[in-house]
Design a protein around this ligand. Structure first.
Ligand code: SF4
Length: 481
């Protein structure tokens, strides 16, 4: 029995034919498959010899087998259809096959799938676009690539996602694909002579490649394995590989011989010229800032860029106190300018509460973090560090003279009340515990809301807004109480 598939990667058509053959009891050795592409014929209506309809019982196969066939059908081997049908037949008649990882047919199919995956990956890695002017006067990016297998259709959506804003085409000897910014279009293969000539971008790419080539990390065998020679003739940078490789040893040696370069300092050293004398409070906020900046009473100060003291009017109705400056505050030298500060701004704007009517400060004056790669990740100050910093906050409160204090989060609440505070249990009311008579209102820090899952954040934000509204409206009554 001859079965002709006009499209070599049409899995649905293969499945339809295979199902009918299996249902009719036609053994694999009696079927001859032909799946070579016929130019211009890309759908089933053009099939030359459809399988005759045969009645029978349908068979179920594991979903993993269908997925495997989805990869195997992209392989260039003309015997892939026979292999897939043979496996299908055997799965229907030898149930133990699905549990036999060493079966020769199954292993061959898996090797073919692996080869297809590798080809897909290589296409993604080695396609190099060249900019050309289209007939309509618009730029188009065109690449030439020679895949080993029938992977153009399978790979095209990846390029459409990655280069969604570009108009591009990838030409291959068998199939070409074009993206116009909205849809993919496929056509027959192109001739190598259609490959566009190098553009100015290619020289830039070569300069960049030369620049990033690190002779000390050169591993020729691994490079050849990852970038097999058969791809080189389509890679502009391939022309540089030999000269760069030849010079690698000498360049490595000159790097070894070169004197060490000075370590780059992340921040300039701070002159510790201001050390507050024990028991002497700063006379004004300027002095407080300078003294806190130079403070090294705990290890945090040596890591941060600068101390971040508060900002706002003197003698305000409210002083809002957070935990410590974050990454952006540390760089800007101002409190509440990072993501948490932006959330606080949004909440205050919703309440019609002007930011410049309150004094904003933090309990800890320097940014504590740990480095992860190049990122500085916030780290909560240890209690002994917060305790060491408490006198700066006390001085700030004395100098600013707010009517009431709003503690944002547990660190601020503890610094203001001098005891551990369970924020969720004590939030939303004025507490009268301070020896200076100032009431303290406890609520969440905005960063706690940012850490919540999307589903929880809306309700938590609404409740936090209620807290802030209550704090804003009742400070005078609280003081009177
Ligand atoms: Fe001083 Fe506070 Fe900075 Fe620690 S965090 S060094 S106590 S200002």
């Amino acid at each position: 029995m001859h079965v002709r598939l006009d499209n070599p990667i049409d899995l649905d058509a293969f499945r339809r034919h295979a199902r009918q053959l299996l249902a009719g009891g036609v053994p694999p050795e009696q079927v001859e498959w032909n799946g070579e592409r016929v130019a211009g014929l890309f759908n089933e209506t053009n099939e030359v010899s459809p399988t005759p309809l045969i009645a029978g019982t349908p068979h179920a196969v594991p979903a993993s087998f269908v997925a495997l066939c989805g990869d195997v059908i992209l392989h260039r081997d003309p015997q892939r259809f026979a292999l897939m049908y043979r496996l299908l037949w055997r799965l229907a008649h030898e149930p133990a096959l699905r549990h036999d990882p060493l079966d020769a047919d199954m292993m061959q199919a898996q090797l073919m799938a692996k080869a297809v995956h590798r080809d897909i990956h290589k296409m993604r890695a080695f396609v190099r676009f060249t900019r050309v002017m289209g007939d309509d006067g618009l730029d188009r990016h065109v690449a030439w690539f020679e895949p080993d297998h029938h992977i153009v259709e399978a790979n095209a959506p990846f390029f459409a996602r990655r280069f969604a804003q570009m108009r591009w085409a990838i030409l291959t000897p068998e199939r070409c694909v074009e993206w116009n910014g909205e849809a993919l279009a496929f056509r027959d293969g192109a001739d190598r002579r259609e490959k566009p000539p190098p553009d100015a971008g290619e020289q830039l790419w070569l300069t960049y490649y030369e620049h990033i080539f690190n002779p000390a990390r050169l591993k020729v065998a691994m490079m050849r394995r990852e970038m097999p020679r058969r791809y080189w003739h389509n890679l502009p940078e391939a022309a540089l590989i030999q000269p760069l490789t030849d010079a690698a040893e000498a360049r490595s040696q000159s790097m070894i011989d070169a004197p060490p370069t000075a370590a780059r300092r992340i921040r300039a050293p701070i002159a510790l010229h201001v050390r507050p004398a024990e028991g002497v409070a700063p006379a004004d906020l300027g002095e407080l800032r300078a003294a806190a900046h130079a403070c090294r009473a705990c290890p945090i100060g040596a890591l941060a860029t600068q101390a971040v003291c508060g900002e706002g009017p003197l003698a305000p109705r409210h002083m809002l106190v957070g935990e410590q400056p974050g990454d952006q505050e540390d760089l800007a030298g101002r409190p509440f300018v990072g993501p948490a500060g932006q959330l606080l701004d949004r909440a205050m704007a919703q309440l019609g509460w002007a930011r410049d009517s309150v004094y904003l400060a933090n309990a800890v004056k320097h940014f504590k973090y740990e480095l992860r790669g190049k990122r500085r990740i916030h780290k909560t100050a240890a209690q002994r560090e917060a305790d060491a910093c408490a006198h700066w906050l006390d001085s700030e409160i004395s100098l600013v003279r707010p009517e009431g204090l709003v503690a944002l989060g547990a660190t601020a609440a503890r610094a203001l009340l001098g005891r551990p505070v369970a924020v969720q249990a004590e939030r939303g009311a004025w507490l009268h515990e301070r020896s200076d008579g100032r009431p303290v209102f406890v609520t969440l820090h905005p960063s706690a809301l940012l850490r919540l899952a999307d589903g929880e954040r809306v309700e938590a934000y609404a409740r936090w807004l209620d807290d802030l509204e209550r704090a804003r409206g009742t400070v005078s009554a609280a003081i009177a109480a």
